[in-house]
Design a protein around this ligand. Structure first.
Ligand code: DC
Length: 227
């Protein structure tokens, strides 16, 4: 898919929040959506669900046509309470694991999969507005967004944050393994040909390495208020 396609401004306001894994996009996007009373698109969840559905249906990640069909036919429901149903079953916990993230990154590199999920993502754009969280929200899915944010933080810092979350949840993980996993995933997301992870030319870049969630949120809010 081409990048930076310039289109007419969206009739409904969109704020895109892109960046690498573990940078805090999800937290900031959910807070902003709640504060503004806007809809929220967690596009990463769609790739995670596609990866999970492939595993459940014994489809190899390199079987591009079948993987794209799975993406096209996903039966998904995002519950207002936060759960995600795949074929009527709550899979929220299943799709949030490191393996699910890695699988998502593999299926996300297939152009036909991105094509299959394009319309589904566009359909989230409803009044009064949308916060779209992902890797290519500002470049490919909503290139005419009112405000584009690109969050960054070093791989070490993102791994530390992820480590803390996982340990708090009672998981047994090693920080060094998480750093390697994060670097591998960045590498794949940045170097794929279809909609790679890159800041839109008109995105505001915020380095969150030394900032608290609250501080990042305040910066984003200030940018929004300037619109
Ligand atoms: O944001 P996340 O960790 O849930 O995303 C999981 C993977 O999905 C990520 O490594 C790359 C892919 N992804 C993508 O390619 N494009 C998006 N808009 C969102 C996620």
């Amino acid at each position: 898919m081409t990048q930076e396609i310039k289109t007419e401004p969206e009739a409904i306001p969109v704020i895109t929040i892109d960046g690498p894994g573990g940078v805090g996009k999800g937290t900031i996007s959910a807070l902003l959506a709640a504060k503004l009373g806007w809809h929220y698109l967690d596009s990463g969840a769609l790739y995670r669900l596609t990866g999970l559905a492939c595993v459940q249906n014994n489809i190899a990640f390199d079987a591009t046509v079948q993987v794209a069909n799975i993406a096209e036919d996903l039966q998904v429901e995002f519950l207002p309470t936060g759960g995600i149903l795949l074929d009527g079953v709550d899979v929220e916990a299943l799709i949030r694991t490191e393996i699910a993230g890695n699988n998502a990154s593999k299926v996300a590199a297939i152009p036909e999969v991105r094509e299959a999920l394009f319309k589904r993502q566009k359909a989230f754009l409803q009044t009064p507005g949308l916060i779209a969280d992902g890797r290519d929200m500002g470049t490919t899915i909503f290139p005419a967004a009112s405000l584009k944010i690109f969050l960054i933080a070093s791989a070490d810092e993102r791994a530390k944050r992820r480590y803390k979350q996982l340990i708090e949840k009672g998981n047994n993980v090693k920080l060094a393994d998480l750093v390697v996993e994060i670097q591998e995933r960045d590498e794949r997301d940045i170097n794929r040909s279809a909609s790679p992870l890159v800041a839109a030319q008109d995105a505001k870049i915020i380095d969150t390495s030394t900032l608290s969630i609250n501080e990042v949120f305040q910066k984003v809010e200030r940018l929004y208020k300037r619109l």
